[in-house]
Design a protein around this ligand. Structure first.
Ligand code: ASP
Length: 316
């Protein structure tokens, strides 16, 4: 079966079998990454450019490592120091880079839709590393791989996504992915942080943690995205922690073997209690980081295969 996309811009256009295809290949890369020689040759000879217009720790490091482990020439553009600061438009920057013949462009941008726009202007494959509050596809894929490994399946699970749903691209990509794989998705958060019309996505909406967490298999916590807030969305962090911060008492409403996830960066004592985050029997947060490298290796490998294939083969 083929992966019928040139780019990885979001979860929205992916078919369930394409999601499974990335996850299955990522499993192989998990094994490779756990071995001594962590090298593959899927990207040998290819050039990967990482353009991050927004801060990143995990995602940038993980894309960089993924590319290097598969043999690509990897370059990180520091967009803080780039010509963007001198007034160059995103498109001009893209065209300049395009002239250097990259094969894979990994882009993070604060504006929703900016990465899609850029993908239309360049010849190479583009991977969205997070655009505004729109999508963060590799995060949802690494979350899916973490869930599938912990629970043994990725369907008919009950998953709670808690906190700042409105500003979160992680929530959006996860809602789409978990829905496509036929899971029950429960969103929990204050009404001020819940996007209007979200119920149309086939999710259940709760304002109360005890109610929403009832019998879930997975608890996914989100950071308060203060950089995307332009007003008072919560009364205070203390009050927010009291009502929505994940602690042992609230977690007790979930299934006894429920796993706890967080995409990072974490604000301990705001959306999650530090002891829960560090509890190796419940928290899979470090495993999420590990799966991130494997999933990004798989995603770039699959797109690189399409770069080498003819257009007819890609569509077949
Ligand atoms: N690292 C994730 C993102 O880039 C989540 C977060 O920042 O809270 O969206």
């Amino acid at each position: 079966m083929r992966f019928s996309h040139k780019h990885l811009l979001g979860i929205e256009p992916l078919a369930p079998h394409e999601i499974t295809m990335i996850l299955d290949l990522a499993e192989r890369y998990v094994d490779l990454n756990r071995g001594h020689a962590k090298h593959g040759d899927a990207l040998t000879g290819l050039t990967q450019i990482n353009m991050f217009f927004e801060n990143s720790t995990r995602t940038q490091a993980s894309f960089e490592l993924a590319g290097m482990r598969l043999g690509a020439d990897v370059m990180n553009m520091s967009m803080q120091a780039s010509s963007i600061k001198k007034g160059e438009t995103l498109i001009d920057t893209a065209l300049t880079l395009n002239a250097m013949h990259p094969d894979l462009l990994v882009v993070r941008h604060p504006h929703s839709g900016a990465v899609d726009l850029l993908a239309q202007k360049v010849n190479c494959a583009v991977l969205n590393a997070g655009d505004g509050r729109h999508e963060h596809p590799t995060q949802a894929l690494l979350d899916a791989l973490t869930i599938r490994r912990a629970k043994g399946r990725l369907h008919r699970l009950s998953v709670a996504i808690c906190g700042d749903i409105a500003h979160s691209r992680v929530a959006r990509s996860n809602i789409l992915l978990l829905g496509k794989m036929e899971n029950r998705v429960k969103l929990i958060g204050p009404p001020t942080l819940m996007p209007s019309g979200i119920a149309e996505f086939g999710v259940e909406v709760y304002q109360d943690m005890a109610e929403g967490l009832q019998d879930v298999d997975v608890v996914m916590m989100l950071r308060l995205q203060k950089e995307r807030m332009d007003g008072g969305f919560i009364p205070s962090e203390r009050e927010y922690y009291h009502r929505y911060g994940l602690d042992a008492q609230k977690l007790a409403h979930a299934k006894p073997d429920a796993i706890v996830m967080h995409p990072g960066p974490m604000n301990r004592g705001v959306e999650i209690d530090g002891t829960i985050a560090d509890d190796i029997n419940r928290s899979v947060i470090q495993e999420q980081v590990e799966m991130g490298v494997a999933v990004r290796m798989a995603a770039m490998d699959i797109l690189a295969r399409n770069l080498r294939a003819t257009p007819q083969e890609v569509m077949a």
